[in-house]
Structure formats: C-alpha cells, structure tokens
Write a protein that binds this ligand. Structure first.
Ligand code: SF4
Length: 263
C-alpha cells in the first residue's frame, strides 16, 4: 500500500475549499461498534477524504472520496431529522475518512446540530490539531486514534501531543494493535497519554482482520502477506498490563461489528 507524507493533503486535493458544502460519503443510523460508546445507537455522518493511508483502514471508499455527495448544512440537518423520526439519537458521530479536513464546513454544521440538541462525538486520526482548534468548542467527546509509525509510516507524535493539549478532558485515545505494533512505539504511546492533563482513557483495540473477512466473504483465496493480524491473546494482555501500570483507565475493546454480523 502506498504511504503518504504529512504534507500531501493539498496534493491530494483533500482540503475542501467550499465551506458551504461538505463532502459526505454516507449518513446512517447504527450501533457504535468501537470505543467507550460501544453498543449505543448513534447517527453517523461519514465525511469523505483522508490524507493518511493506514495499513488497516476499513473505510477505503471514504478515503478515496469515491461516490461522495456534496451536502449543505440544511441537507444534513434534514437527513438527521428523517433518521430521528424513525429512531431517536442522542449522539451524532462525526466520522470519516478524516472529518477535520473539512473543519471550515464543520464550523457551520456543528453549532446547528448542537441546537437540535445533540451530543457531538468526533472520531479522528488526531493528526490535525490546527483544525481541531476551529471546532473544539462544539465537540462533546473526541476519539483520537493514535497513529504509530508501524501503520501510518510517518511519525505523528508531535501532532498527537498538540492535539491532546487542545482536546483536554474531552478526549479518549484509541490505539489499534496489530502484530506489527512494536514495544518501542507502544511505550511511546503510553508516555504521550501519561503526559496529558488530564490523562485520557486509553482504549486498546486489536485490529479486525478485515482483509481476511472480506476475502472469505468473497471466496477469494487467502494470501497471508495481504493480512493484518491482531497480536496474540497473551501479548494483548501483556500490553494491557504495561499500559495499566502507568495509566488510570485502560480498556481492551475489540471492534464489535464483525461479532454482531454487521460488516
Ligand atoms: S486515518 Fe482513518 S480513514 Fe484515514 S486512512 Fe487511517 S484508518 Fe483510514
């Protein structure tokens, strides 16, 4: 998989120039399958575009912006009302792709969603602190994915540190663990979390072997080199112990949609 550098979002044309409309992949109602809101019904707004290319990404259609729709604030509010009429939602998950690449549009959209009133849950890679500054006042809870070099191929520690300083008590960290996760970067992740004030909850998420699942469903022969595997159960427990030694709130939470048959 091609890995990109930090400054190539402009090259990719991913920063949306028109703040009046957002690039949206889909808007839907579902159960939250990850993190601290696991199992709660939420309304998801999936934004298109991302400047990263994580090795385990399971939303390829949104990072390539394939088939996105340009929607105004009113278009999105109307869709939220339609979905709310079928099932009530307390929380709107703003996800992607990377929603913060459309921060100017979010500055228009989020205050209107808050007026409904709804709680806003931002899911982000945590590598764009300067965009977070624009919308932090409207966010209630933020899931910051931690992107270690083994999966983003670039070092984002400084960006994560700046992000945590802005997010303060609104954020929890989610780190996806694979067999490629190294001890060195895991310790660095713990150092980063321990230095934040306050120390955020730290969620360890063993990677879902999505390529394997997709190939099995499509009856495609499995090629082991294409697979991203989670660490062994023993290593997962060892990493949890290591983190818990330094951090007050550490949780091991796998992605549940495959378990629920909701892929
Ligand atoms: S940051 Fe998220 S959307 Fe972007 S490539 Fe990584 S996993 Fe995919």
């Amino acid at each position: 998989m091609t890995h990109l550098t930090k400054n190539n979002s402009e090259d990719q044309g991913l920063a949306v120039p028109d703040a009046a409309r957002g690039k949206i992949t889909e808007i839907f109602s579902s159960l939250q399958g990850e993190g601290i809101f696991l199992g709660e019904r939420q309304l998801f707004i999936r934004f298109s575009g991302c400047s990263l290319r994580c090795s385990y990404c399971d939303t390829l259609q949104s990072i390539t912006e394939e088939g996105h729709t340009l929607m105004s604030v009113q278009d999105i509010l109307s869709r939220i009302r339609d979905l709310d009429a079928q099932k009530a939602h307390k929380t709107i998950a703003v996800t992607g792709g990377e929603p913060l690449l459309q921060a100017d549009f979010l500055q228009r959209l989020l205050p209107e969603i808050k007026r409904m009133p709804k709680q806003i849950f931002l899911e982000t890679s945590g590598v764009h602190p300067h965009f977070l500054e624009k919308v932090i006042d409207e966010c209630d809870v933020i899931a910051m994915d931690l992107k270690p070099p083994s999966h983003a191929s670039v070092d984002y520690w400084h960006e994560h540190q700046a992000f945590l300083q802005i997010a303060q008590n609104k954020v929890f960290i989610k780190m996806i663990l694979t067999m490629q996760t190294t001890d060195e970067e895991f310790v660095k992740a713990i150092d980063l979390a321990a230095a934040a004030n306050p120390i955020p909850p730290f969620v360890l998420q063993p990677v879902t072997p999505i390529q394997e699942l997709n190939k099995r469903l499509a009856h495609i022969p499995l090629n082991d080199q294409d697979m991203i595997h989670p660490p062994s159960p023993a290593r997962l427990m060892g990493l949890w112990e290591l983190a818990r030694h330094r951090l007050p709130d550490v949780r091991l939470i796998p992605q549940m949609h495959p378990v629920w048959g909701m892929l």
